[in-house]
Design a binder for this molecule. Structure first.
Ligand code: HAM
Length: 421
């Protein structure tokens, strides 16, 4: 038997309402914060991620779904959304748009060849926002507030925002040198990845999943000491802005994020719920001031974040927050014979065209079984059609919850349902 690929999941009809609920929240919040949806292709030129995300990252080194297409091009299924959005911004010359920053969001599947674990999938759905074109700490605060507001609005309580500044490119350079001096003498104690990171991107050692607890990681130089005055001032303004919005945060000087393009603000939102599992990062993002130029674009800057719907759902589950169940059918039509089934087909189509959620029994079951089916489908009302009903052109409509019964003309059914809603 062919089975679903490892690290992917079917979202079954019985579960889909949870996704719709989250997606609707995200779309409404995006609209309120004035972010507009952007849809970029599911795959891109591999080079976009190699250059954009960075050659020293796990994403590029280990996790990309890369293949050669029939035209001999190297193609990669998108593992993240920032590089594609930035590519689109550059390609469509959005720096000339009158509205700046350009504020976009996406909800789209992403693909990473990762070790399967609770909360870690090879295909997951990421919601992300990007605000490109204005460098202003208030934009950073706004972006962070989108994510925090989302989690609060779905009812999560045990979440924590961690922030850091990794400074501008100048501060980063000095900091990287200090890290090399700190780690180099004992680098042999670290994993193979870290041994190469010391040459390619020493900051990533702080973010290593394997060596996280190593004492040298804990005692590593503090990035704050290496921030120049401008970077420090920028960070202070972000912190002030968060305080003003009453968004609590904690500073984590080791938070450097797993992608190469970050400068200044970096942040992650974690679930602190018991039983959430080992992977507790719900959301991650930050500012990327050099990325556009790295991709041959204008010298504009941006900030954004990504969060997966899968982990938001896991957090809800861990906190025991229920997602509201969708409403059932407005009406279920029970039928007694072939003529009634024909009549029902006609009625169903009429009512459905008027947006009523209605259904019937196609298995030609006994009336009692049809009634059971109506309840299973959460029908608010039922009617039974037989010879008499067709002849008199009227039916008894029953409220399934209260058991109240009324007589109604068949051509008045829609009005009756409308009033009852
Ligand atoms: P990221 O930290 O790689 O950042 O991913 C962001 C979020 O995507 C994570 O916090 C997590 O919720 C989710 N995620 C990542 N990998 C998986 C996975 N294998 N299974 C389930 N969920 C996952 C980025 O992708 C950046 N593009 C974020 C960003 C946008 N930075 C600036 N703009």
């Amino acid at each position: 038997m062919i089975q679903i690929p490892k690290g992917t999941q079917d979202i079954l009809p019985s579960e889909i309402y949870k996704w719709h609920y989250i997606e609707e929240k995200l779309r409404n919040i995006s609209t309120a914060f004035n972010y507009t949806e952007i849809r970029t292709p599911m795959f891109e030129d591999t080079d976009l991620f190699v250059r954009g995300v960075g050659g020293s990252t796990d994403i590029v080194n280990k996790e990309m779904y890369t293949f050669t297409d029939k035209g001999d091009r190297s193609i990669t299924l998108k593992p993240e959304g920032t590089a594609p959005v930035v590519r689109s911004y550059i390609e469509n010359k959005m720096q000339h748009d009158l509205e700046q920053p350009v504020k976009v969001y996406y909800i789209t599947p992403m693909f990473r060849y990762e070790r399967k674990q609770k909360g870690r999938y090879r295909q997951f759905v990421q919601y992300g926002v990007e605000a490109i074109g204005v460098e202003n700490p208030l934009v950073d605060v706004e972006v962070i507030s989108v994510a925090m507001h989302f989690y609060q609005s779905i009812g999560l309580k045990d979440i924590k925002l961690y922030i850091n500044s990794i400074g501008d490119l100048g501060s980063r350079k000095e900091y990287n040198e200090a890290l090399v001096n700190h780690f180099k003498p004992s680098i042999h104690e670290f994993c193979a990845d870290c041994q190469s990171r010391i040459d390619t991107n020493p900051m990533r050692i702080l973010d290593c999943k394997v060596d996280r607890e190593h004492e040298l990681v804990q005692s590593a130089p503090n990035i704050y000491e290496f921030l120049n005055d401008d970077s420090k001032a920028y960070f202070e303004k972000v912190k002030k802005g968060l305080k003003q919005l009453n968004i609590p945060y904690e500073i984590d000087y080791n938070l450097v994020r797993g992608l190469d393009y970050y400068t200044h603000t970096a942040f992650e939102i974690m679930s602190e719920a018991r039983g959430f599992g080992a992977i507790t990062t719900l959301c991650g993002g930050g500012r990327y001031n050099g990325l556009l130029e790295m991709l041959d674009g204008p010298s504009e800057t941006g900030i954004g974040f990504g969060l997966s719907i899968e982990r938001a759902l896991l957090a809800l589950e861990a906190e025991g927050v229920e997602i509201p169940q969708p409403e059932g059918l407005d009406l279920y039509i029970c039928t007694l014979d072939d003529a009634a089934r024909d009549k029902a087909a006609e009625l169903l189509f009429e009512l459905r065209k008027q947006n009523f959620a209605v259904d019937t029994d196609y298995k030609e079951r006994k009336l009692k079984a049809q009634m059971k089916d109506a309840d299973r489908r959460g029908a608010m009302y039922t009617i039974v059609i037989g010879e008499n009903e067709i002849e008199s052109n009227q039916v008894e409509i029953k409220n399934q919850a209260t058991r109240e019964v009324n007589t109604v003309q068949l051509d008045e059914l829609a009005n009756y349902l409308l009033e009852a809603k």
